[in-house]
Design a protein around this ligand. Structure first.
Ligand code: AHR
Length: 499
């Protein structure tokens, strides 16, 4: 079986925004406490941040990190998290039935971002707080005038404004599980009011309105339309969130999850453009896929505490990922790259311990899950412009998505460094596929390296004891004139580096 493709940078889709390699830190489970922050850990720095985790975050190559939630943000009082740590109150975190000690808050997270070399993406609470609270937070973080908020930041030891550019107007407000959930009309009003006020402080902010928590939401489509009809001129982005998991042993459908993400993204673009067309607007709304990943939602790992139990940093959503999960993550990254003309920000949810590429044992080692690898490779190599592969690939049937292309992929090409990469997924559970790619349009381009993530057992995982069980290994390419041949085993992720 063979698939054929071509890489021609003259047919580039769009520049790849570095922000699509974003991640997410929520006050949820052990993402913050014993994740990024563990003062008693042997690797902790003077602020209590784990330097072993910081090193892995840099290796992962995350560019922007969303904070502080997620569902958490809709019950969060940001003032609890600034000022002298010993004076900060503990609060009930209603979203995750946990205790929030507020040992990490705004200034700590922003300091962590500097150490990690990432841009922060800030979510404001529009569930139980409102416009004034958002404006105060913005003034605390970015204010340069001698206001009470900016003075408070200065007296907390942070003279300079942080200059956070990207702000999310609430989180998943379409979901009945959200604290302060609203219908589309109510959210549209809340979002436009918050956006207008925030822009009065700083017209150059990049603002993200909440879109749908998934295409399965009964309000999907209408939600985006209603929200954008109210906010079109005030926001830059509409968000979408999407998680996937293998259901009932249907590996073939799971491996083709990116087909669903492709449709979801395209449906949102169509809806946004419909609103734009009605307004005769030349402005295009960008898409922020600000939560995406594999997440096994039904499993015990995702069960929140209940009753009188309000633990700090419980083990929650600690999914352990396998080879198939990594291949799906690779496929989802391909989908983001293929839509990079409109998807200019995306956050894998989440970063550490909670449905995460990085795991951190309390007092113990930090290690890479299988899904770490496709993300790290793409974040490192996908530069310049995204280029379609125009794959002519065989198809196979899946229960959830019908007939799908057995191989999916995309390339990137960076003119400045005269280098590029092709990212390929064999999403069949059992068919080996040869791929032939024509490099004729990039004179002189050669294969520098091929790497392959696969295993005879698609369910093999990494663990704290064996973190190297699943890693990308060197693969082979045969070059014949302009043609490159690689063999993709079933359930595999392949990266071809070109230069
Ligand atoms: O990432 C986990 C949760 O998933 C987030 O808190 C929420 O926004 C989404 O439902």
């Amino acid at each position: 079986t063979i698939a054929r493709g071509v890489i021609d940078p003259r047919q580039a889709l769009a520049p790849v925004s570095r922000r699509i390699f974003g991640s997410f830190v929520e006050h949820l489970g052990r993402c913050v406490y014993t994740g990024i922050f563990e003062p008693d850990h042997p690797s902790a720095d003077e602020e209590g941040f784990r330097t072993d985790v910081l090193e892995l975050v840099r290796e992962l190559g995350a560019t922007i990190v969303r904070y502080p939630g997620g569902n958490f943000v809709s019950g969060y009082r940001w003032r609890d998290g600034v000022g002298a740590v010993e004076d900060r109150p503990a609060r009930l975190d209603l979203a995750w039935h946990s205790l929030e000690p507020n040992k990490v808050g705004t200034d700590e997270f922003l300091s962590w971002c500097t150490k990690a070399g990432v841009e922060p993406m800030w979510a404001v609470n529009l569930g139980t707080a409102g416009v004034l609270d958002a404006v105060d937070l913005l003034d605390y973080v970015n204010g340069s005038a001698p206001t009470a908020m900016a003075e408070q930041r200065r007296s907390n030891g942070h003279e300079e404004p942080y200059g956070v550019r990207m702000w999310c107007l609430g989180n998943e407000m379409d979901g009945p599980w959200q604290i302060g959930h609203m219908n589309a009309e109510a959210y549209a009003t809340a979002a436009v009011n918050a956006a207008r006020a925030m822009r009065m402080v700083d017209p150059d902010l990049e603002l993200v309105a909440c879109g749908s928590s998934g295409p399965f939401m009964p309000t999907f489509g209408d939600w985006e339309r209603t929200v954008l009809e109210a906010c079109y001129d005030e926001v830059d982005y509409i968000s979408l969130h999407r998680y996937y998991q293998e259901k009932d042993g249907d590996l073939a459908s799971f491996l083709a999850s990116a087909v669903d993400l492709d449709h979801f993204i395209e449906a949102i673009i169509a809806t946004a453009d419909h609103v734009g067309a009605k307004r005769r607007s030349s402005k295009k709304i960008a898409i922020s896929v600000d939560e995406w990943n594999v997440w096994y939602q039904g499993r015990a790992e995702s069960k929140v505490p209940s009753g009188d139990e309000w633990p700090v940093g419980p083990r929650l959503l600690e999914d352990k990922y396998n080879v198939a999960d990594a291949v799906v993550v690779g496929g989802l990254i391909v989908s983001l790259l293929k839509h990079c003309d409109r998807v200019t920000a995306a956050c894998q949810a989440q970063l550490v311990n909670v449905i995460a590429p990085i795991m951190a044992e309390p007092g113990g080692p930090a290690w890479r899950q299988t899904i770490f690898h496709p993300f790290a490779q793409a974040a490192r190599l996908a530069r310049g412009v995204a280029v379609p592969l125009h794959l002519d690939a065989p198809t196979h049937e899946t229960q959830e998505h019908g007939a799908v292309a057995s191989v999916d992929g995309v390339a990137t090409w960076d003119e400045d460094s005269d280098s590029g990469a092709a990212f390929l997924v064999n999403r069949t559970p059992g068919t080996t596929i040869d791929v032939e790619i024509d490099l004729g349009a990039i004179p002189g381009a050669k294969v520098r390296k091929v790497s392959l993530l696969t295993d005879d057992d698609p369910y093999r995982r990494n663990s704290a004891e064996d973190p190297g069980a699943v890693v990308p290994r060197d693969g082979l390419a045969k070059e014949e004139g302009n043609l490159v041949h690689v063999t993709l085993p079933p359930v595999s992720w392949t990266v071809i580096e070109l230069g």
